[in-house]
Design a protein around this ligand. Sequence first.
Ligand SMILES: *[C@@H]1O[C@H](CO)[C@@H](O)[C@H](O)[C@H]1NC(C)=O
Ligand SMILES: *[C@@H]1O[C@H](CO)[C@@H](O)[C@H](O)[C@H]1NC(C)=O
Ligand SMILES: *[C@@H]1O[C@H](CO)[C@@H](O)[C@H](O)[C@H]1NC(C)=O
Ligand SMILES: *[C@@H]1O[C@H](CO)[C@@H](O)[C@H](O)[C@H]1NC(C)=O
Ligand SMILES: *[C@@H]1O[C@H](CO)[C@@H](O)[C@H](O)[C@H]1NC(C)=O
Ligand SMILES: *[C@@H]1O[C@H](CO)[C@@H](O)[C@H](O)[C@H]1NC(C)=O
Ligand SMILES: *[C@@H]1O[C@H](CO)[C@@H](O)[C@H](O)[C@H]1NC(C)=O
Ligand SMILES: *[C@@H]1O[C@H](CO)[C@@H](O)[C@H](O)[C@H]1NC(C)=O
Ligand SMILES: *[C@@H]1O[C@H](CO)[C@@H](O)[C@H](O)[C@H]1NC(C)=O
Length: 546
Amino acid sequence: MSLFQPLLFITAALSTVVSAQKPTFADGTSLASPVPRPTDLNAISVSATPSNSGGAIPESFVSYSIEFAFFPDFAGNSSQPNDFSNNLLESVREYMGTKPYIRVGGNTQDYALYDASLDVATNGIYIPSISTDYPVILSIGPSFFESYSTWPDTKFIHGFNLAKNTTAARESLLTTVPLACKALSDGKLLYWELGNEPDLYKTSAQGHTRPPSWDESDFVTEWKNGTAAIKDTMANACPDMVSASMFQWIAPSFAGTSNSLNPITTWKDGLDTASDIVLFSSHNYIGSATQPGITLQGTLMNHTSTVTSVSKQNAEANALATAGMTIPFILGETNSLSNEGTPGLSNVFGAALWGVDLSLYCAATGIKRVHMHQGTNYRYQSWQPIETDKTSMGTKAPFYGNVAVAASLGDLTAGGVEVQHIPMSKETEAVYAIYANNTLARVMVINMMEYNYTAESTNTRPHVAYNFTVPTSCAGNGIVQRLLANGSDAITGITFNGRSYNYEVAQGKAHIMGNVTKDEIVWVGKDGIFSVNVPWSSAALVQLSC
Ligand SMILES: *[C@@H]1O[C@H](CO)[C@@H](O)[C@H](O)[C@H]1NC(C)=O
Ligand SMILES: *[C@@H]1O[C@H](CO)[C@@H](O)[C@H](O)[C@H]1NC(C)=O
Ligand SMILES: *[C@@H]1O[C@H](CO)[C@@H](O)[C@H](O)[C@H]1NC(C)=O
Ligand SMILES: *[C@@H]1O[C@H](CO)[C@@H](O)[C@H](O)[C@H]1NC(C)=O
Ligand SMILES: *[C@@H]1O[C@H](CO)[C@@H](O)[C@H](O)[C@H]1NC(C)=O
Ligand SMILES: *[C@@H]1O[C@H](CO)[C@@H](O)[C@H](O)[C@H]1NC(C)=O
Ligand SMILES: *[C@@H]1O[C@H](CO)[C@@H](O)[C@H](O)[C@H]1NC(C)=O
Ligand SMILES: *[C@@H]1O[C@H](CO)[C@@H](O)[C@H](O)[C@H]1NC(C)=O
Ligand SMILES: *[C@@H]1O[C@H](CO)[C@@H](O)[C@H](O)[C@H]1NC(C)=O
């Protein structure tokens, strides 16, 4: 018998009957176990109010960035909207209160040139010596902009090309301005962006677009010249979109904190003297797809690795604040391993657990939004929007992490949600307390001990009993909602709180599977103590009523 069997009990009845039989492990312990003996608890203390959170989380914290060239794959067009993608975005909205925000950008944003005669959305040419993952020569036609009309109630950031700056390229850019502003009228516009990762323009492995002498002040001059020219064009095409409340940018969208341009210098050089930048956007990847020595346990399922990576962003945000920057700091593009991810690492359930840890750590340290980057056939994608000869259409493991983050935060439209990081002793575990209006609402526990079920199928799946002390006002029933799969290497059979979001199950809508535990009751004692068993390579969200 598989030792994972205990998790497969049909536990629907548990949500109503506290004393009902709970799923048990081979060693006799249950998942949501009774209050433990007070002797060897080693309990994690969770305070009644947040003492060191990253501040209130704005709506749509769980957001996406979609590679410019592949946006029509993800969104479809007026005649064939991509309903599967929309169902997944709605599934996130069910927890978070709003749809994820969509940034349309990436490397290919800086390749795109407009071709008015193109009768399809994009015409991309791949140069395999540069990249097999995306086209490096790209034309877009008028129908590209139809893709902004397919998802209801969705807000977008449209990325303009800064890298190509010949007179012809600049004319091409300005020709797209009326198309973009009209496509994003009627409340679809969130912000604009000009340029993707300009800090790599002189060094990129995909080709250099600026000379070695190009420095921060040159970037600032070009950026301000470009945004001013876009404004002039937009004033004619969409006069209602150039007011201070509408004509807003994210910038500088650098690849990192220490490449060939220093983000703090750009700020000091007057990037925002027009006061039209509303979010400081930085990009982050934990490592690179082909970097030697990367492993699931050591690189992704490793809280220390995540903290180390995000801390560079936190340090940048602090330095910017010292330099007088007062706008929110976001990750406008991020994912596990740059260069589109690695099979066996970025596309497995372990990467979903990493995504939860990264996102909640960002939330807990004042990073105000996380846009997970997506592209057709990418190895770290949350979903594949269309069928191709490389990748089957469907929901991928990382999406389940996105849903779990949205569930952890809850409805953000009400305001007042804060996340506090609770330091743990092991780099394989992460715990977060989530507060709503200064009241403890949830605790998220991520057990990142690797359990590779392909390798371990004959061994018991270990679990850890996490013991908590919460305010006594939380006494009574808590509800445990699990992010689960057979193991860290699973690429399918993944659920959050017993729900599948797979395409083949319900086209991306939530579907309750009968064979996976959901809404388990956990008893919080009068002394505020509770215990929750968390199998290796899984996470448990405990909903409390405090
Ligand atoms: C939680 O408490 C139980 C005793 O009930 C103990 O066996 C277990 O080791 C504790 N968990 C941790 C992580 O210390
Ligand atoms: C709309 O999408 C469909 C399906 O991908 C495609 O066949 C068609 O060419 C697209 N229409 C335009 C105008 O791009
Ligand atoms: C384009 O970039 C070059 C440097 O590569 C710079 O000298 C030139 O001024 C830029 N052109 C515009 C229009 O910004
Ligand atoms: C941008 O720079 C070009 C070339 O230097 C100049 O002709 C143009 O007037 C500038 N545009 C704006 C809006 O500053
Ligand atoms: C986890 O990450 C830290 C920081 O990058 C590193 O020092 C440590 O060796 C990693 N752990 C494993 C098991 O590789
Ligand atoms: C916070 O309190 C306000 C006012 O009572 C309420 O409208 C809102 O829903 C609460 N927010 C959360 C996240 O519970
Ligand atoms: C999981 O185990 C299998 C079988 O040993 C191995 O092929 C695979 O590489 C492992 N996966 C990971 C992510 O370590
Ligand atoms: C997960 O494990 C169960 C029980 O062993 C098995 O029936 C199921 O096929 C597995 N799922 C996947 C996706 O491997
Ligand atoms: C649950 O049932 C579905 C089919 O209904 C199956 O594909 C899946 O592997 C099962 N999950 C587990 C964890 O056994």
